[in-house]
Design a protein around this ligand. Structure first.
Ligand code: TEU
Ligand code: CA
Length: 573
């Protein structure tokens, strides 16, 4: 097949086990033409920065043609770039320029649903068309008048809209859109749908991309009720109940085979809300040839008191570290973990799990990174995390742009939830925090754009920005560089067995990584108060050397607030 990129670098078997991935949300990364929206040429301009950081892989959130109902997670043409972001030629250049620097490129794959503007869906609107069955079309519920309020096939809400069903007057039926009416769900039961997706994926593989991050991929196999033509009432939190359907493993194995995912040594990571450790064990077992790794949601759903992310709850440290430890143990033998705190859907880690006050921001960002990057798996860095970007001051509904937040605000306030409470939830969990522009420097609009940014820059860019972090070897950026280098250089960091220590300690996150007779001990004070090291409950520290610490020294028996140390223990004789 013809490939526009001549020199696709070789991809050794399982190369992703030693890789660090950097996620780019293109809209907010770097604008190159002054329209206030980040774009592909902007990314090309920042490749040297990414090489300096030392990451191995870039994952691009969607840049395909899209009406942008959900910022590109609603695709109307899988084989073209949205003019907002540039052209296919720009994408090819980005790929070539990244490869020249030894950096691989992973595309976002959004195939649980398309846009309602995708030609497949437009054709499907005609009840007589061959593509009618490519989506889920259902009549009004028994006794209901099609199109009348309350006549939807069932009562399931969409993630970003009041109902999962949208009425289409031309055919008098409803279609399923689990996220929003602009994102109709594809019917993966239909083999033609699957073949069309695989053909598209092969087209990207031939273009030279190095893998796929697969959006909500564990939702592609729908529950039996839906696939046999019935609606289904799932009740509250319905999204996670359509997850992990009966044919998930079959579809993923088929995709792997038909696209040659393993054959080409591609990186594959499946985003899987509602996936359990058991699901991840199956999906990432290399012998089953499905995916390399999955994004679990368990640890980012711990600070909520119900199925809804908006019902806020405290998160004690033992709960968080216990959850990560369960995943480490669950995938210790076969399978593989992905490691993340942040992405374009989550609030900023330093504000959520750390302490973003001026006093503790730098050390808490470093210590959170130490902990995550010393777990076993493939670490993901989200743009700006590498220099400690924080949540934005979003205090009124007018500050929000995201479809999810606006929908929640409308529904919750209409349902009688007090405005202040809704705003408190949004301020804690809204996705716009992750989407404010990358703070490159301390100038107006932070060096992101010369125009007006599509979403305001966080005013703290005067202090917190990439330029000042790069100048300071003690910065969060410098710490990330050292963590990435450590993973590249140290086999125990990559492959060592994980064991959690002090599971009930309220301040310390402590664990070992062991490979043969080599043991690393990580001691991290995840609190804004000093913490004594309970030596009697830890392996012997005599003769241990500091591999990397957040503070100078390392022999002291207490840790400063948000201080962490990676120690190499003396082999026991
Ligand atoms: O997110 C999947 C998902 O489960 C979201 O509902 C996520 O939980 C939510 O944003 C958190 O509140 C993926 C994408 O990452 C997200 O940006 C898309 O909006 C969504 O799929 C639909 O494509
Ligand atoms: Ca632009």
């Amino acid at each position: 097949m013809n490939s526009p990129v001549e020199s696709t670098p070789s991809r050794p078997d399982q190369w992703w086990r030693s890789a660090v991935v950097y996620q780019i949300y293109p809209r907010s990364f770097q604008d190159s033409n002054g329209d206030g929206i980040g774009d592909l040429r902007g990314i090309i301009d920042r490749l040297d920065y990414l090489a300096e950081l030392g990451v191995d892989v870039l994952w691009l959130s969607p840049v395909y043609r899209s009406p942008q109902v959900d910022n590109g997670y609603d695709i109307s043409d899988y084989r073209d770039i949205d003019p907002l972001f540039g052209t296919l030629a720009d994408l090819d250049e980005l790929l070539a320029q990244a490869h020249r620097r030894g950096i691989k490129l992973v595309m976002d794959l959004v195939v649980n649903h398309t846009s309602d503007q995708h030609p497949w869906f437009i054709e499907s609107r005609d009840p007589g068309s061959a593509k009618r069955d490519w989506y889920f079309w259902r009549p009004a519920r028994p006794g209901g008048t099609a199109g009348a309020p309350g006549a939807e096939p069932d009562d399931n809400p969409a993630a970003f809209a009041p109902s999962a069903w949208t009425y289409d007057p031309t055919s008098g039926e409803y279609y399923l859109g689990i996220f929003s009416p602009g994102q109709p769900d594809l019917n993966w039961e239909n083999p033609d749908v699957r073949q069309a997706v695989y053909a598209m994926m092969r087209w990207w593989v031939d273009r030279g991309v190095d893998g796929f991050r697969m959006d909500v991929i564990n939702l592609i196999s729908k529950p039996a009720e839906l696939t046999t033509g019935n609606p289904l009432d799932l009740g509250q939190g319905s999204l996670r109940r359509v997850a992990n359907g009966p044919r998930l493993d079959e579809f993923l194995a088929e995709m792997n085979r038909e696209v040659g995912l393993d054959e080409h040594n591609l990186l594959t990571v499946g985003e899987m809300p509602g996936a359990t450790i058991e699901v991840a064990q199956r999906v990432t077992d290399p012998a089953r040839h499905e995916l390399n790794m999955v994004f679990t949601f368990e640890h980012v759903n711990l600070d909520q008191s119900s199925w809804s992310k908006w019902d806020l709850a405290d998160l004690p440290l033992p709960v968080l570290k216990g959850n990560l430890a369960q995943w480490q143990e669950g995938l210790a033998e076969a399978g593989w973990n992905s490691l993340y705190y942040d992405n374009h859907d989550q609030p900023r880690a330093v504000s959520r799990f750390g302490d973003d006050s001026p006093e503790h921001r730098v050390n808490s960002a470093k210590t959170l990174a130490t902990v995550l990057h010393l777990h076993k798996g493939t670490p993901y860095i989200y743009q700006g995390e590498e220099f400690g970007m924080t949540n934005a001051p979003l205090t009124e509904i007018g500050h929000y742009l995201d479809v999810e937040s606006l929908n929640y605000h409308a529904l919750a306030t209409a349902g009688g939830v007090a405005e202040e409470q809704v705003l408190r939830s949004l301020a804690a969990k809204g996705r716009d925090h992750a989407r404010t522009p990358v703070q490159w420097d301390d100038t107006d609009h932070a060096g992101f754009t010369t125009g007006t940014p599509w979403i305001p820059v966080n005013p703290n860019h005067r202090e917190i920005n990439a330029q000042s972090a790069r100048r300071d070897p003690d910065s969060v950026f410098g710490h990330f560089q050292r963590l990435i280098r450590l993973r590249h250089d140290d086999q125990t960091v990559r492959e060592g067995r994980f064991q959690l220590l002090l599971p009930d300690h309220q301040q310390l996150w402590a664990f070992t990584r062991t490979l043969g007779d080599d043991t690393l001990l990580v001691l991290a004070n995840c609190s804004s108060a000093p913490a004594e090291i309970p030596s009697e409950q830890l392996p012997a520290l005599d003769g241990a050397g500091v591999v990397l610490g957040t503070h100078p020294g390392g022999g002291e028996s207490r840790l400063a607030p948000w201080e962490s140390r990676i120690l190499r223990l003396q082999p026991s004789s």
